[in-house]
Design a protein around this ligand. Structure first.
Ligand SMILES: Cc1cc2nc3c(=O)[nH]c(=O)nc-3n(C[C@H](O)[C@H](O)[C@H](O)COP(=O)(O)OP(=O)(O)OC[C@H]3O[C@@H](n4cnc5c(N)ncnc54)[C@H](O)[C@@H]3O)c2cc1C
Length: 432
């Protein structure tokens, strides 16, 4: 057994792997805690390529991408605990006490800093408000991906996909390649939710139709799905009575959104942002509670694993620095280190933006570059995005096209911007 870890990383997906690697490189001793029996997170089942173009300048599959991090981590002194579930975390005078449940029983581990890299979960049929029975054959796209790619079992022969999220688009192609008939992708909104490249490569290239302003309003079948009812939708995405048609199928695959997994964060009282559904954080991925960091899909749903790794790296490095400085220590059970109080500027955005991360800027820890991610609320063409602090323009870029599914990345140089505590840094969008 290694010495007592400085940083605990919860989750062994691409975010957690990058965080642990960065923490080790920064001189801290890290432990990765993963509930599954292998590292890699969701990438284990993403056997298509397209990962790593930014990080490695190569087109890798999900397992190849995560393998690079697993190998790099193996060369460090990081400890990995598999088949171990973090059931509970509490704040202690020395940092954080984690309750770990594993096959051998229950352990309590105390660490100076925490990185939450717990990923996200998929919305289910219940959350998509579909009426009818509960037959077999209604699956989330991630479950269908697990059946097809890990278990080698075809979950349906003739199916409908509800929602045009990326995992649904990828599964439309995957099921077609495995010989299933994909009747179409049905999207309740007027525009698809997935990346443009996935619409082209997964639907257009395979002749799979995409129907917008349509939803599945009902399912039929007792033991096994026998069909679905499709209806046109109004502006509020509700089915329009009288437009229903019935389609025979044995599979309904749901790709209706991802939600950051933050049960542990919420149990610790970490404030969650209503737009991202992940913790409010600063530019180093530290949440509003000193010593607790968040990264990857737990922080915000990302469209590229490369950005997931980037945020993991940032969180791991900052968590290591804080733990080694003793910054995770608190004077009492619920106390926060004094030095962090009030030294923040805030990011704000006008109504044209759906969300942005980070929301706060820790002025005592400015680096040469600050990375800001944002999404536009609607599809826009030829727009100018500017970022201001008071009258000073910090960033300006013209975009020929912005789409909500595509997260944008802006690099800001804020070290010499003369920012003071309480200042506001504003994102503004206008016609170009
Ligand atoms: C079903 C699904 C399919 C996807 N397919 C694609 C795709 O094809 N292409 C793509 O670019 N992106 C895909 N994504 C997005 C993908 O999630 C990200 O690209 C990336 O994997 C996110 O990395 P992460 O490390 O944040 O989360 P994850 O990869 O989800 O890793 C989180 C890890 O945390 C572990 N964990 C959670 N809670 C605990 C706990 N309490 N104790 C211990 N361990 C815990 C989980 O077991 C998991 O291994 C998919 C997402 C989902 C949900």
């Amino acid at each position: 057994m290694n010495s007592v870890p400085d940083v605990a990383v919860i989750g062994g997906g691409p975010a957690g792997l990058a965080a642990a690697l960065a923490a080790e490189k920064a001189g801290a001793h890290a432990v990765v805690i993963e509930r599954e029996k292998r590292l890699g997170g969701i990438l284990k089942q993403c056997i298509h390529d397209g990962f790593g173009l930014i990080r490695f300048g190569e087109k890798l599959t999900g397992p190849e991408y995560s393998h690079r991090y697993v190998e790099a981590l193996r060369k460090t002194g990081a400890e990995v605990r598999l088949l171990t579930f973090v059931a509970n975390i509490r704040r202690t005078g020395r940092g954080f006490g984690l309750t770990l449940v594993h096959r051998g029983g229950i352990d309590v581990l105390t660490v100076g800093a925490l990185v939450l890299a717990t990923g996200c979960r998929e919305r289910t049929a219940r959350q998509a408000a579909i009426h009818g029975t509960h037959p077999a054959g209604v699956l989330t796209a991630g479950t269908a991906q697990y059946y097809t790619n890990i278990l080698g079992q075809l979950p349906a022969r003739r199916c409908v996909i509800l929602g045009s999220g990326d995992i649904g688009l990828i599964m439309a192609r995957r099921l077609t390649l495995e010989g299933a008939e994909v009747l179409g992708v049905y999207e309740a909104k007027p525009a698809p939710s997935g990346l443009s490249r996935n619409i082209a490569q997964c639907l257009d290239d395979f002749g799979i139709p995409l129907y917008t302003n349509r939803t599945v309003s009902r399912v039929f079948g007792r033991a096994r799905l026998e069909g679905v009812e499709i209806a046109a939708t109004d502006a509020a995405m509700n089915p329009i009575p009288g437009t229903e048609e019935r389609i025979a199928c044995d599979g309904l695959i749901l790709s209706v959104g991802l939600i950051p997994e933050n049960e542990l964060a919420e149990s610790l009282g970490v404030p969650i942002h209503p737009a991202t559904k992940g913790p409010v954080c600063d530019q180093l991925c530290m949440t509003a509670i000193p010593g607790i960091f968040s990264c990857g899909n737990a922080l915000q749903v990302n469209d590229l694993a490369d950005y997931v790794s980037e945020s993991g790296e940032r969180a791991g490095k900052a968590a290591a620095r804080l733990a080694l400085e003793g910054g995770g220590e608190t004077s009492g059970k619920d106390a926060a280190p004094e030095r962090d109080a009030g030294n923040y500027a805030e990011f704000t955005a006008d109504g044209n933006f759906l969300c942005m991360t980070p929301q706060r800027l820790d002025l005592s820890r400015l680096e040469d570059e600050t990375v800001l991610y944002f999404r536009s609320r609607e599809e826009r063409e030829n727009v100018l995005v500017r970022i201001y602090a008071g009258e000073t323009e910090l960033f300006r870029r013209r975009y020929t096209r912005l789409r909500p599914p595509e997260m944008e990345r802006a690099v800001l140089k804020l070290r010499d911007a003369g920012l003071k505590a309480g200042d506001t840094i504003g994102l503004v969008m206008s016609g170009a």
